[in-house]
Design a protein. Sequence first.
Length: 187
Amino acid sequence: MVFERIITKGIHFFQLARNSREESEALRLSKIYFYVTLSLKVKDMKKGILIVVGAVFAFVIIRMLIIVVVLLSTPHGEVHKQGLITGQEGDWEAAITYFDKVIEMRPYHEKAYASRAFAKTKLGDYQGAIDDCNTAIGKYPFDGRTYAVLGIAEYQSGQKKKGCEDMSTAFDLGFEQAKDYLNLYCK
């Protein structure tokens, strides 16, 4: 019952945020709900653990939904998507220009920093990629893809041990492709 209440409230906050189409509002509401849930006075340890696990789960699910809706349904989301497409076509310099525009519009957009970092690794700007990854991780430290890009940039810049550690972190965070990178770079 507690878990259902947490999910219901989380969905309610997501719907409010989706209607406002503002990621910062969604995050603010999610964080408020998360902290209110954690501050409940709990008499039973099992119930307390369930509340915390449920709140964390709801926060992660809400965050993923917000990223999908906000990222792809807003002007900066369209620009980001165009940067990804341009990068896939091999025009990394143009892709960086698109990601720069996204960052200019939404400086807290960690995915744009991570995407720009990946493009920079393709152009050999490893220090720039490392800087962008560290900025993205500072904004959202649970994105395995960002750690994978950071690991590749570090490895390519000569920091092989640190690169392998970050690729391992990427895999630990659920980024399955990091296993391929570990096999390729860190045998």
